[in-house]
Design a protein around this ligand. Structure first.
Ligand code: ADP
Ligand code: MG
Ligand code: ZN
Length: 195
């Protein structure tokens, strides 16, 4: 298990990646880290993709009444202008929904001395890597891979099985459209022949 420091690297930024399949607790882990930072009285800014219309991560209020609102952005270019100078921690959920510019945005912020925490799917419904998550994993100081529970057999699940016939890469949905599956129970969808 990777270490997730709160108070390491004084005067230097870094990148943390939380990845895994759907339902593996990526958002829960991101929120836990944000809460801990708030308890430590750090200034946090939280971002979410506008593509994620499911339930939103809304705002988080810590026990000492610090509050962060999740800011919904359209693309990676919208993030940097929104960052306030005294922000110490930047958290981004569903990083796989972003364009590839998000990698440079995260690097810039880390180079400015900020702690950057991103959460996102490592692979799509065809079990192929999401390029932005893969790049961020390679460039990050810390990577955590979460497991869900396989819906069929209860083993640790690392794959996301799409239950609909959609072939678009990004289709927003929850348990109606996706199931967590282990390596044995995951079935790769057949490639649709273009007509
Ligand atoms: P992610 O952001 O990785 O999609 P969330 O943090 O939103 O995951 O949700 C994780 C929660 O989902 C778990 O704590 C659990 O309550 C619920 N859940 C639903 N289905 C599963 C499953 N198959 N395996 C594990 N957790 C599941
Ligand atoms: Mg999530
Ligand atoms: Zn299984």
């Amino acid at each position: 298990m990777s270490m997730t420091p709160n108070l390491m690297f004084k005067k230097q930024g870094w990148i943390e990646v939380i990845c895994g399949c759907m339902f593996s607790g990526k958002t829960e882990e991101l929120i836990r880290r944000v809460r801990t930072a708030l308890i430590a009285k750090q200034k946090v800014q939280l971002f979410n993709s506008r593509l994620d219309t499911r339930y939103g991560i809304g705002s988080i209020i810590s026990h000492n009444q610090n509050k962060v609102d999740a800011c919904c952005v359209k693309n990676s270019a919208e993030i940097l202008p929104l960052i306030e100078k005294d922000t110490q921690v930047i958290a981004i959920d569903e990083v796989n929904f972003f364009d590839k510019g998000i990698v440079e945005v995260c690097e810039k912020l880390a180079n400015q001395g900020k702690r950057v925490i991103v959460a996102g799917l490592d692979t799509d419904y065809r079990a192929e890597p999401f390029e932005v998550t893969a790049a961020l994993m390679a460039k990050a100081e810390f990577v955590m891979k979460n497991h869900a529970v396989c819906t069929k057999c209860g083993n640790p699940a690392t794959f996301t099985q799409r239950m609909t016939k959609d072939t678009k890469r990004i289709v927003v949905g929850t348990t109606d459209a996706y199931q967590a599956r282990c390596r044995r129970c995951y079935r790769k969808p057949k490639e649709r022949k273009a007509k």
